[in-house]
Design a protein around this ligand. Structure first.
Ligand code: ATR
Length: 273
């Protein structure tokens, strides 16, 4: 029988996950569909129970349900447990297992630029869901020194509590920017007319610093534009988006995903807008 995969979120209409996963399912000649479902607070629980009753094979969870899904899971992978958020649910022998592939997906993209070493000083801007996933992946899989800077300092302090890593304000991060070898932008600052200010300015950035932004549309955010002016090596959010999906696809099917196909599928959709 045809298998069902899906992504749940709100909003969901513009998600490029269906296009990317459909391309992979077709390439691998799997008898399966991947569809988007728009849920809200009222429909969330019945929809999740419906997915269970229908025997969904696996699904992605996006904003704002990455935490709300947790009570419905039988198990949590260590990465998802550490950051408290789930973006991928794998169904194995009837058990629902929650994973978070965002952080490792991000890290794979970063490591495609160069290996991360214990000499790296990494600054993570923001302390929301995406920041937490990235921070935990960096903490678990690298030996770099980490600093989390956030507008609301308490949230950054909570993230690094009990570790050797540091928290600071955005003002401090801006004044100390020269010492960082990698800067990761996860905030929503600078992206809309209502939120037009960059989280920090980069005029003291050391040339050659890696600066990445988790946004991939637009391909070059105002933050990356500024980073380029000061000689940064820049990366947008496309590798993270492709990699998190590739890891999810492999968890569901056991098949290694063709990341080039995924990347081209996303770029085609973006170009076709
Ligand atoms: P996500 O899940 O995408 O990471 P989120 O959880 O809503 O999104 O987090 C948004 C992040 O952007 C937060 O770190 C937020 O800072 P606060 O914790 O102080 O709210 C940050 N952010 C949003 N607008 C900002 C702005 N104008 N300047 C600086 N940081 C901003």
């Amino acid at each position: 029988m045809k298998e069902l995969y899906c992504v749940i979120g709100n909003p969901i209409a513009h998600s490029l996950s269906p296009a990317m996963h459909t391309a992979l399912l077709e390439q691998n000649k799997l008898d399966a569909s991947y569809v988007p479902f728009l849920l809200n607070e009222a429909s969330f629980t019945p929809a999740i129970e419906g997915l269970k009753a229908l025997g969904v094979s696996g699904f992605n969870v996006t904003s704002p349900f990455k935490e709300a899904i947790r009570p419905f899971l039988d198990q949590l992978d260590s990465e998802a447990a550490a950051c408290g958020a789930v973006n991928t649910v794998v169904v194995k022998e009837g058990q629902w297992i929650g994973y978070n592939t965002d952080g490792v997906g991000y890290l794979q993209g970063l490591q495609s630029i160069r290996p991360i070493t214990e000499n790296d000083q990494i600054l993570v801007l923001g302390a929301g869901g995406a920041s937490k996933a990235i921070y935990h992946a960096l903490k678990h899989h690298t030996k770099a020194s980490l600093t989390v800077a956030n507008r609301t300092l308490e949230k950054a302090m909570k993230m690094v509590e009990g570790t050797e890593h540091r928290a600071m304000s955005l003002v401090e991060a801006e004044s100390q920017i020269a010492k960082f070898t990698i800067v990761i932008q996860t905030t929503s600052a600078g992206l809309t007319k209502e939120n037009a200010e960059l989280p920090i300015r980069l005029h003291d950035l050391t040339a050659g610093t890696i600066v990445s932004d988790i946004i991939y549309n637009p391909a070059e955010t105002p933050f990356l534009k500024e980073a380029k002016i000061y000689g940064a090596i820049t990366q947008n959010g496309l590798p993270m988006f492709v990699n998190q999906a590739a890891i999810a696809f492999q968890l569901w099917t056991g098949i290694e995903a063709d990341r080039e196909l995924m990347r081209n599928t996303v770029l085609k959709q973006l170009g076709g807008k």
